[in-house]
Ligand binder design. Sequence first.
Ligand code: ZN
Length: 683
Amino acid sequence: MTPDNPLLAETGLPRFSAIRPEHVEPAVDALLADYRARIDALLASNATRDFASVLLLGEELEDRLNRAWAPVSHLHGVADSEELRKAYATAQEKIVEHASELGQNRELYAAVNAVAGRAETAGLPRAARTLIEHELRDFKLSGVALEEPARTRFREIANELARLSTEFEEAVLDATDAWSEPIASEAGLAGIPESGRAVLRAYAQEKGVDGWLVTLKQPSVQAVLTYADDRALRERVYRAYQTRASDQGPNAGEFDNSARIEKILALRHEAAQLLGFRDAAEESLATKMAPSPDAVLAFLDDLAARARPVAQRELDELRAFAADELGLSDLQPWDVGYAAEKLREKKYALNEEELKPYFAADAVIAGLFAITERVFGIALRQREGVDTWHPDVRYYDLVDADGRVFAGAYLDLYARSGKRGGAWMDVCINRFARDGGREVQAPVAFLTCNFAPATATTPSLLTHDDVLTLFHEFGHGLHHLLTEVDYPGVGGINGVEWDAVELPSQFMENFGWQREALDLFARHWQTGERLPDELFARMQAARHFHAGLFLVRQLEFGLFDFRLHREYDPARGARALAILDEVRDEVAVIKPPAWQRFPHAFTHIFAGGYGAGYYSYLWAEVLSADAFERFEQAGVFDRATGEAYRQAILAVGGSRPALESFVEFRGREPRPEALLRSYGLAA
Ligand SMILES: [Zn+2]
């Protein structure tokens, strides 16, 4: 191996300034070759198959690969270049291929099975046993445990599904690009604010068109449906957007996903049955916290019954307002966003610009750290001189009450070119206790946001949404960094059930709504004035605006997705539109027109990983609201409650079922009341 390749360093933080695109492929090749050789050597030897020789070897090899790959994948996200993109794509393909090869390795599966069967395994620590259970589960879900001809058929299905997902997503992208409408005169933009017009002007410039261009990209659709006074324009955009990749609308039949939806559901059903599940919904729950399909449906139905009357009241109020004040006596789906925005302005007169001066980025960060110190007894101390990828990036040591540095985090706050949009937390280094805990590798996280940087005259000022985003990602970060699990595979966020992994992140968002917490940092950057009570009250009131309508929409998506996978019947087909109608009869208060084809662009479930899992968003929100309620009862900064939460939930990560962790913290199973209260829906 090349000793001067910075990606192959075995200890310390990544040397970002030394990493070049040409280091990527040789490093990944070397690590994968070594990985294969060591697995082959294990399987060829007669040595006893025990936890150390099989599972710990796997953890060690995965960790070495991650230490090289995490910085590359991170740079690809935050400091991309054409050369890096190429190197990344080539190496990623090899890593994916390697992972699927491992997942299909029958001898390795037999070795893990042998470890599981050993008498001494029962006496291993909980985290070790969970690691074994997860490995076996994942081997089974990958089809490797099947006998022929089922095994071959399962692999065929997996390949076919991968192809269909890609095609589904491409059809949505192509349909999105295929429609646009130029607007030549300023009058056509009436109602759209300057920020929205700038977006439409940029689309026009991109296409070499004069004036403005309305497209089906999210910011354009948002600007038109929320603000455009031209009702006919709103209707055209709604129609084009809500019929993308379908048999309806302006491009009917051109990118139609109808047949792909049928095929995807048929193949998912067949694959699930090959693995011994009743259906794809049941299979999906194998890696989730929800105990059964019936429990998921009961959960969604219960929330729907509670949210629907509230949504109906909100809609009635909106209808009356639209008729009286906007002259819209027959409120249509393309009017809802527009009328709602007008009503919101009238009721709360709350605008982001009014709040921003109270959220200077440095003050918000100091406030977030102060909250962390009070609640969890942990300080974050900036360390200078750490090698990073951009001068704006800061590095923090996490220090416990005894002054011991036990973890670290990079914070990259500002938007810039070459950086992917959005906000996320990613693993840089996993906690790994080697040699019976005598040598501990400290966990390190990447926290990435895309906030507006400082200008010549103002510091970086955040919107309240930005503040919540930062708290959210920091919550994921704490989950990763406060882990006390010895093995990376089940430490921090790794190995946590899908529908529970957003618990720590959504939990942290709650602090962004607490007066006591805001008082630690929300001060006017020029005058030092504390966020006025009157403004805070308007923020709180606006938070619950149309919460019922929002919730029934989420429930519509969640129920549709779950029932679609649960009720698939080979004799009758997917019945996607019929199920959607039934779901809408149950939960929706606004009935879209018969030509609406929302499923055809539902990439979350047909091209993303959310198939029979969309309910996870609400499931995790119930957990986070319910967990936070204990803090509200004890005082939001209560140190003892913070310690209990840290030990029961953050420290154990994926090393045991999330339900067990939750029950340890809360003293009972989760209940939806706190969520309903946080939405302003409780009595
Ligand atoms: Zn998240």
